[in-house]
Each structure stands twice: as C-alpha cells, then as structure tokens.
Design a protein around this ligand. Structure first.
Ligand SMILES: C[S@@+](CC[C@H](N)C(=O)[O-])C[C@H]1O[C@@H](n2cnc3c(N)ncnc32)[C@H](O)[C@@H]1O
Length: 413
C-alpha cells in the first residue's frame, strides 16, 4: 500500500474492489458493492505475524472471516444486520461430501415440485414497488420456487446445511432482477427482464451447482459470525481478546447497506416491512434510511471529547448553506461520534500489542471535504493507540477526490 503523499499517482484499482471477488468460489456468492477485495485482506493477512484471534467488527458479507479461515486462523466476525450474520456463517462453514450429495438430491426435488406451485397463490415479499425489480411473470415463478424450497428444506436457519440452497435462490433473485451493481451503490436498469419457467429452472440449477462445487474446498481455520452492535462493546459480547482487527466500517457517505440488501433480506424473511428497515439502519453506523434520517434531527451526542478537527469540518458543511446542510452536518457528527465510541470500547477486547487495520473512504458534502482517514486517526491517537499509519489504497471516483485508505494502529495496554 502506498503512503499518502503519492496521491496524484493513485489509480482506481478494480482488483481492490468487490469486483475482484466474483470468480473466487465462496467469495463470489453474492454481490454487495461495499464488500472489500479478498486481495486486500490477503495482503494484510500475509503481512501480519503472531496471529492469535482475528476480529472483524463490521463484517458485511464475511470476507475477513473467510480469508482468515482459509489461512488457517480463527476469527469472530460481527455485524448488526441479521441477514449478513446468517450469510457470513453459511459462507464460513465447512461442509461434508454427504451434505453436498444430499443437497443435490434436494435441488432435484425442488425443481420437480416447482410446476405444481405455479398456478396457486404464493407468498411474495412486501417490497415497495416490487415490479420495478421483477416483471409480474418472473415474480410468479420466483414465488413458486420460494414455496418449493420452503417445502423441501424449510426457511433459512442458523447453521443448517440447506442454507446453501437459499444462497442460490438469493443469487437467482438478483440475476433475474433489474438491479445493476456497476456503481458505488446499487441502481436500476431502465427495463425489467422477462423470464420463462425453464430459464429460471436452469438458472437456479446452475447457481446451486456452482455453490455446491465451491464448498468442496474446506479449511482448517474457524470463523463464526455473530449479531452484534459494534458501536459499543460495553454492551458485552464475551471476554475473547483479539490480536488483530481487520475490517472496513461503514463510510460517512450515506450509503445504506439495507437499501442494497433489501431484495435478499425480504425474500429470506429477515425484513418484513420498511419500518423495520429504517429501525435497523438507525442502529447502524452511518445509517440513513427512512426513520434514521428523521431521528437524526433530535439526536444529541453522548460523548463530548470528540476529534478536535471535527468542529471545523461540521462548520464547513453548515456554511455551504444548502437545504440539507444542517442535517448532513449532524449526520457527519454522529458518524464520527459512533466510531469514536467504537474505538474506545473495543480496547478491552484487544490483547496487548494488538494491531488493527481499518479500510475507510473519505467523502464530501456539497463540496465540503470530510477527511475520514484523518479524523479516525485522530480518534485513535486521542484514545492512546500507537504507531498509527495511514496509507492510501486507491482512487474511488474519477472526478471527485475520493480515495480509500488503510489506517492501522497498535493497542498497547
Ligand atoms: C463496508 S461494510 C463491510 C463490508 C465487508 N468488509 C465485506 O467485505 O463484505 C460495513 C458493515 O458494517 C455493518 N455495520 C454498520 N453498523 C454496525 C454496527 N453498529 N455494528 C456492527 N456492524 C455494523 C453494516 O451492516 C455493513 O455490513
């Protein structure tokens, strides 16, 4: 990774984005644009020594956990989103040859039953404007397939082998949808795709086969995902101490993970309505969906000793004098407030000399720059972390001055 002063020379480096992961077996199962690159995590893991236990407090799709397990290490990975915890555990689990054979057989059963459900009324998720995602005909087949999977293996559950067939269904709903993942966040194509029954059967069958073939590779490390709010470790987890933290927390850029994950979460029944989506986003760091935005107006910081450079940044945003300047200034304040509490309370779970690595991006609101890397480095310094380094990794956007950085630091008791 390059030091910061070489910014003018930095390129976009697709290999340091989620795009790098798409053909890497389990790593390519589902797309989440803010997922980081396996290559980046491998480079960090190759660089570190004396690994006892790795933590990823913002684990998303479980990239850190899986790379750690593939390298023979133990890891705990935390996320506030129950779908991602479910997905992380499914991705990081070792499967037996018999499991794979059993699921091949179950796939055949699901596809055999499918036509019998097509003509009946089946459950479909309460996604706002659902026909923007799928044509009505496609939806009828997807809901019949959903019903068939439920009948054969049941709903997505903790630690069940059958979850692999649900991962394949999750892939299918995105492959058949009008969602596009070529940008920083998800967008829509301006058309909806139309599918025949046979096409969907084939796509599902292919997805299952790919997923089953990718789980044949097992690993000796062990990674487990837990539902946990990493804003504040005071609320307890267990007394595990970590020698390394490797993570990419949310960025202060108003991207909502719930927004990206909506189709997966609704179809897998981890979300039932837009209110619960807003509630979850409010609990997430940097959340900005629905109710999260209106609650922000009344929110007050509980922590007063924040980064000293933060006031100036907040003033700059307010002085842009745009319709939402005050609200966005508050959004930025809350983001750095929550991250400060995170760094503070996480210390009691770090072993002496633990090294932490945070992949983070800067942002800008109405042209007012938010140097996330500098403010988080200041937070770490204030909290007594040592040997703080900030390296720039890649440029995120051709026009704007948006970069991704790796901040690393050592915790000394
Ligand atoms: C940038 S994403 C991580 C992506 C991940 N590195 C990957 O490769 O998929 C940040 C994650 O932080 C999670 N998150 C946000 N607030 C959180 C909190 N308070 N506690 C735990 N996780 C949180 C989000 O749900 C999201 O999955």
């Amino acid at each position: 990774m390059k030091p910061q002063y070489e910014l003018f020379n930095i390129s976009q480096r697709k290999d340091y984005t989620f795009k790098y992961n798409s053909k890497l077996g389990r790593h390519g199962w589902l797309r989440l644009t803010p997922a980081y690159s396996v290559k980046l995590v491998k480079e960090i893991i190759d660089e570190i020594s004396d690994v006892k236990f790795i933590l990823d407090p913002f684990s998303g799709t479980g990239t850190t956990g899986l790379v750690a397990a593939e390298h023979g290490f133990n890891a705990n990975i935390f996320d506030i989103n129950p779908f991602l915890v479910w997905f992380g555990n499914t991705k990081c689990k070792n499967y037996l040859f018999e499991d794979v054979e059993y699921l091949r057989h179950k796939k055949e059963q699901i596809l055999e039953l499918l036509p019998s459900y097509i003509s009946q009324h089946n459950w479909e998720p309460d996604i706002h404007n659902i026909e923007r995602w799928w044509s009505r005909d496609t939806l009828l087949i997807l809901s019949a397939l959903h019903k068939s999977i439920c009948e054969v293996i049941g709903n997505p559950q903790d630690n069940s082998t059958g979850n692999l067939l649900w991962v394949a269904f999750n892939r299918l709903i995105i492959d058949t949808s009008s969602a596009a993942f070529n940008h920083v966040s998800m967008s829509f194509h301006n058309y909806v795709k139309i599918h025949e029954l046979d096409q969907i059967r084939q796509l599902y069958s292919l997805s299952v086969d790919q997923i089953l073939s990718s789980v044949k590779v097992s690993f000796i490390g062990n990674a487990n995902a837990y539902l946990f709010d990493s804003k504040n470790f005071e609320n307890g987890f267990n007394d595990q101490r970590y020698s390394h933290v490797i993570t990419s927390p949310p960025y202060p850029n108003r991207i909502s993970y719930i927004r990206e994950l909506r189709p997966y979460m609704y179809w897998s029944k981890f979300l039932s309505n837009s209110n619960s989506a807003g509630e979850l986003d409010w609990e997430s760091i940097g959340g900005t969906w629905g109710i999260a935005t209106s609650r922000l107006k009344d929110w007050q910081p509980t922590q007063t000793e924040l980064q000293s450079g933060l006031n100036k940044i907040i003033e700059n945003i307010v002085s842009t004098d745009q319709k939402y300047s005050n609200l966005l200034a508050k959004y930025v304040l809350k983001y750095f407030h929550d991250m400060h509490i995170h760094f503070d309370t996480m210390r009691k779970h770090l072993s002496n000399n633990a090294r932490i690595y945070y992949i983070i991006g800067n942002s800008s609101f109405y042209g007012a720059a938010v140097p996330t890397h500098e403010l988080l480095a200041e937070s770490l310094h204030q909290l007594g972390y040592k040997n703080i380094q900030t390296n720039v990794i890649r440029k995120r956007n051709t026009k704007k001055q948006l970069y991704e950085y790796c901040i690393s630091a050592t915790y000394i008791k």
